[in-house]
Write a protein that binds this ligand. Structure first.
Ligand code: GLY
Ligand code: MN
Ligand code: MN
Length: 473
């Protein structure tokens, strides 16, 4: 938990953004895994964490914009709980730690919200993403569960995005800590990527590093020698010489800030000529994307700059042809990179996405494209100092997509399909870093994870390190 002024200031900032009614922030509850007493690892709701800081299940927070008051609702533990869980702070004590004086039970919350509704005041709340929260909201608001989503407050969504998208120094320090953990995860994965090793052994080892140094991974690890599948969570292959391993993984710190990095490693530690050529193009696109990050530019334009580097590079190896700008304008790069260049990052690895991707990545001036590939851009809007985002270009050889586009004669002026046939066994490459937008330009966050051809090969040749816990826990 940060110091209590952080939470007080955040709530005060929100009060300046929303005019009337109340904001109701539902904290998360414990969720059963396979029977009631065996539960998933608890993860607090990021918005509740941001404004109320309490990292325990079963709480709700309220900000009353008319009265200028704040409340935390939750039930105190009884002796039975304490026998199993040890001594626990009271709701009052926990609320005091984040600067909230008014507290009540969950029954009090129900009466409180009922009264607000009866007096015709607005209850602002954010889009729920768990069934449990939908049900609680439906009971509190006395509406059907199916009606809850239609009642979310766009005013509150916009206000929360405006606050959370700009990171404070202490939040950036947390993200850097998460990247530093990811440094060890990724360098360990590189050193383990030898022929004969099962992907699962590497994925499990690096997940353990995250848990040992901070918290759980910030999203399920993507680790596969079939890197052409963008979100490949299958870890059952045995690594083979001549393939590459895509590893997309990040960690969450104790304060729940995320990292999200991707490295692609040749199995056995040496790139062959064909791999090196394609890898260098993705690396150039990564550098171009990072160097283009600065306040005032549209992230959509940064995306297209990186796409231009990819087309240029693929032209040089004979897989694409024609004019680079025309190819990008036509969307021909989407055959190789059918995703956006990156997304916001913070308390959520795809930060704020639960509030609606278009509220986070787009605004009144930038609307989402409907074109294949470009429509997947999670972030397109103008960059501001304090944004933290990912830059994650890739080149993927997806046989089904190649076959489809070829059959449709799509991009035939820009793609050398005959040569491309010979790359169907290649896999994919992605290189991803976490970047802060600064007043002057940008800063790549955390300890730099090796990414040039030479540095990756050198890292692969080095022995694995023991965890160094100092500075983390
Ligand atoms: N976690 C997948 C990605 O956005 O990189
Ligand atoms: Mn990633
Ligand atoms: Mn990412």
């Amino acid at each position: 938990m940060f110091k209590k002024e952080v939470y007080i200031n955040r709530r005060e900032s929100l009060k300046r953004q929303v005019n009337n009614g109340i904001a109701l922030f539902m904290g998360n509850t414990d969720v059963a895994f396979n029977y009631p007493a065996n539960q998933y690892h608890f993860r607090q709701d990021s918005n509740f964490l941001y404004f109320f800081g309490i990292d325990h299940p079963g709480f709700a927070g309220v900000i009353d914009f008319d009265e200028g008051k704040e409340y935390i609702f939750g039930n105190d533990f009884d002796l039975d709980d304490i026998i199993w869980m040890g001594p626990q702070p009271t709701v009052k004590e926990q609320a005091a730690e984040v600067g909230v004086e008014n507290t009540g039970t969950l029954n009090d919350l129900a009466s409180f919200v009922k009264k607000v509704v009866e007096t015709g005041r607005k209850v602002h709340f954010l889009p729920p993403y768990r069934g449990e929260t939908v049900i609680t909201l439906s009971e509190l608001l006395n509406v059907k569960p199916s009606e809850v989503k239609s009642l979310v407050s766009e005013e509150l969504i916009k206000a929360v995005v405006k606050l959370r998208e700009i990171k404070d120094d202490f939040e950036i320090a947390e993200i850097e800590k998460a990247v530093d953990i990811a440094y060890l995860m990724h360098t360990t994965a590189m050193k383990m990527a030898k022929p004969g090793i099962k992907e699962q052994e590497i994925a499990g080892t690096i997940e353990g590093i995250s848990l040992a140094l901070g918290g759980p991974v910030s999203f399920p690890i993507i680790l596969s020698m079939n890197g052409q599948t963008l979100h490949n969570h299958y870890h059952g292959n045995i690594l083979e010489e001549g393939r590459m391993m895509v590893c997309d993984a990040g960690s969450e710190t104790e304060e729940h800030y995320a990292s999200d990095l991707t490295r692609t490693t040749p199995v056995g530690g040496k790139f062959n000529g064909r791999q090196k050529d394609i890898y260098q193009i993705v690396l150039d696109a990564n550098f171009k994307g990072i160097e283009s990050v600065k306040p005032g530019v549209l992230y959509k334009d940064v995306h297209f700059k990186a796409a231009g580097v990819i087309v240029e590079g693929l032209k040089n190896v004979g897989l694409m042809k024609g004019n680079v700008e025309d190819a990008v304008a036509a969307g021909a790069h989407t055959l190789f990179m059918p995703h956006g260049l990156g997304h916001m990052m913070g308390l959520d690895v795809h930060d704020l996405e639960g509030l609606g991707e278009d509220y986070v990545g787009y605004d009144e001036t930038v609307k989402r494209s409907t074109e294949f590939g470009t429509a997947y851009l999670r972030l397109a809007k103008k960059l501001k100092p304090g944004f933290v985002l990912t830059v994650e270009p890739g080149i993927y050889f997806i046989p089904a997509l190649i076959d489809k586009f070829r059959a449709e004669n799509k991009f035939k002026d820009f793609v050398n399909y005959d040569k491309l046939e010979t790359y169907k066994d290649f896999g994919g490459i992605r290189i991803e870093d976490d970047v802060l937008v600064t007043e002057e330009g940008h800063k790549v966050l955390g300890k730099p994870v090796p990414k040039t051809v030479d540095d990756v090969e050198k890292t692969c040749s080095e022995p694995r390190e023991w965890l160094k816990m100092e500075g983390f826990i």
